[in-house]
Ligand binder design. Structure first.
Ligand code: GUN
Ligand code: ZN
Length: 410
C-alpha cells in the first residue's frame, strides 16, 4: 500500500483491508514486483560512446572518453544527454544511480535539473582531475574545492538529490587535489565520495609509480583521508587481501561492474573475497556505461554470474537481485530511503515480466511459482535472459514513470 509516494504497509490485501478498509488496487497478475534497481556506478556523459572498439582502460580513456567528455562544457548539450540517459535508466528499471558527470559544473547542473524534473533519487558530482588529461578537461585543486562546494550547497539534499565528491582516479589527481577531496568530505559530513580503483594492471602499475610512498592503491586514497563509510570505489579487480580487509574495516563499498570489466579486458572481480563472512565489504552492481555494455542491471547480473563461474564461484539469481536492490542501497548508505518495501521507504518499484519474450515464456512456463525453489529458478532465468523488455513498468514515488509497449508475439 502506497501513500504520498511512500510504502505505507506491505502484506496481503485481506490483511491490509482489515486495518485500512477498502484500498484502490493496481493489479499485475503473474508479474514480479521488486524495488527499483540501483546502479552504483555509471557515467552519464559516456552514453554516446558505449561500444567503442578495441582498447583497454588507459588507451580507451584517451581515445574515446576524454574527447567525448569535452562536449559537456555546454549546458544545453549536457541537458540533452542527461534527459536521454535518465529515460534509458527508467526503461531498464533503474530508479537510483551513483553517476559520474564531467569536470564541468554545468554537466552537474544539467544532470540534477533533469533528475529533479523526474523526481528521481540520484547522486552525482563534478569530476576532479588536475593532471594527465587534456587541458580543457583539467581543473586545479582550488577550482575543484570552490566548484564542488558551490554545487554541494546548491544541490545536496534538494528534493531527492545528493552530491558525491568525485576524484576520477588516483592517476588524474595530484596529491593536493586528493587532499581537497578529503577536506570537502570532512566539511560536508553527509555527502558521498566516488572514484575508481585497481581496475586494470597498467593503471595499477602507473598509480604505484605516481605514489611510491603508498603501500597499495587503496593506501593512496587512505593516506589522503578518502576511505570511509561514505566512499564507493568502482571495480577493485586487482585489490589484495589486505586492501579488501581495509575496505571491510572502514565500511567502504565497491561497485562490481562485470560488463565493463569484460569489455575492457580488465579482469574478474573476486566476489567471494569481497563477501567473505569474516570481513564482508559492501558491494553493489554497476553498469559502468560507457565502458559497460548495457544499461540493464539484469544483463549486468547475467555477466556477474559468468564472472563468478570463471572463478569457480556461484552467484544465484536472488543474490544478484539483492546486489541490485538492498545491497546497492547499503553500498550507497541509502537503505533508510530505498532498497526494499519496508513501510516508510520511498515507493520506487518495478514490475518484472518473467515471461517477457516467447523464449522466456517457454523457459518459465509456470505463471505463479508455488515454492521458493521455483521462484529462485525463475528469477535466475529472468536475470540471464532478461533486459529492458522484461521491465513491464517503472514507478517513481508511487507514480507510473514508464510502461513498456506491447511486445511482438504476445
Ligand atoms: N578510470 C578512470 N576513469 C574511468 C572511466 O571513465 N571509466 C572506467 N571504466 N574506468 C575509469
Ligand atoms: Zn567508471
Amino acid at each position: 500500500m502506497i501513500e504520498a509516494g511512500k510504502i505505507k504497509a506491505f502484506g496481503s490485501y485481506a490483511d491490509l483491508e482489515a486495518t485500512y478498509g477498502a484500498i484502490p488496487i493496481t493489479a499485475y497478475p503473474h508479474q514480479l514486483i521488486t524495488p527499483g534497481l540501483i546502479d552504483t556506478h555509471i557515467h552519464f556523459p559516456q552514453t554516446e560512446m558505449i561500444a567503442s572498439y578495441g582498447e583497454q582502460l588507459l588507451t580507451w580513456l584517451n581515445t574515446y572518453t576524454f574527447p567525448t567528455e569535452t562536449q559537456f562544457a555546454d549546458f544545453d548539450y549536457s541537458a540533452k544527454v542527461a534527459d536521454l540517459f535518465l529515460a534509458e535508466l527508467i526503461r531498464n528499471g533503474t530508479t537510483t544511480a551513483l553517476v559520474f558527470a564531467t569536470v564541468h559544473p554545468q554537466s552537474v547542473d544539467a544532470f540534477f535539473t533533469a533528475a529533479q524534473r523526474r523526481n528521481l533519487r540520484m547522486i552525482t558530482g563534478k569530476v576532479l582531475m588536475d593532471r594527465h588529461a587534456p587541458e580543457n578537461l583539467r581543473d586545479t585543486p582550488e577550482q575543484s574545492y570552490g566548484e564542488s562546494k558551490a554545487l554541494i550547497e546548491k544541490w545536496h539534499g534538494c528534493d531527492r538529490l545528493r552530491y558525491a565528491i568525485t576524484p576520477r582516479f588516483a592517476a588524474t589527481s595530484s596529491p593536493e587535489q586528493l587532499k581537497v577531496a578529503a577536506q570537502l568530505l570532512a566539511e560536508f559530513p553527509d555527502v558521498h565520495l566516488q572514484t575508481h580503483i585497481a581496475e586494470n594492471l597498467d593503471e595499477v602499475a602507473w598509480v604505484r609509480s605516481l605514489f611510491p610512498e603508498a603501500a597499495s592503491y587503496l593506501d593512496v586514497y587512505d593516506r589522503a583521508g578518502l576511505v570511509g563509510p561514505r566512499s564507493l570505489f568502482a571495480h577493485g579487480i586487482h585489490l589484495s587481501a589486505a586492501e579488501f580487509a581495509r575496505l571491510s574495516t572502514t565500511e567502504a563499498a565497491i561497485a562490481f561492474c562485470p560488463t565493463s570489466n569484460l569489455f575492457l579486458g580488465s579482469g574478474l572481480f573476486k566476489i567471494e573475497v569481497a563477501k567473505n563472512p569474516d570481513q564482508p565489504v559492501k558491494v553493489g552492481l554497476g553498469t559502468d556505461v560507457g565502458a559497460g555494455t548495457s544499461f540493464s542491471l539484469l544483463q549486468t547480473g547475467n555477466e556477474a554470474y559468468k564472472v563468478a563461474q570463471l572463478r569457480q564461484q556461484k552467484l544465484s539469481g536472488l543474490q544478484t537481485l539483492f546486489l541490485a536492490t538492498l545491497g546497492g542501497a547499503r553500498a550507497l548508505n541509502l537503505e533508510e530511503y530505498i532498497g526494499n518495501f519496508e513501510p516508510g521507504k520511498e515507493a520506487d518499484l518495478i514490475v518484472l515480466d518473467r515471461r517477457a519474450t516467447p523464449l522466456m515464456a517457454f523457459r518459465n512456463p509456470v505463471e505463479n511459482p508455488t515454492s521458493l525453489e521455483q521462484l529462485a529458478d525463475q528469477v535466475f532465468a529472468l536475470m540471464i535472459l532478461g533486459d529492458d523488455r522484461a521491465i513491464a513498468a517503472t514507478y517513481i514515488l508511487g507514480e507510473l514513470a514508464h510502461q513498456r509497449d506491447a511486445l511482438p508475439g504476445f
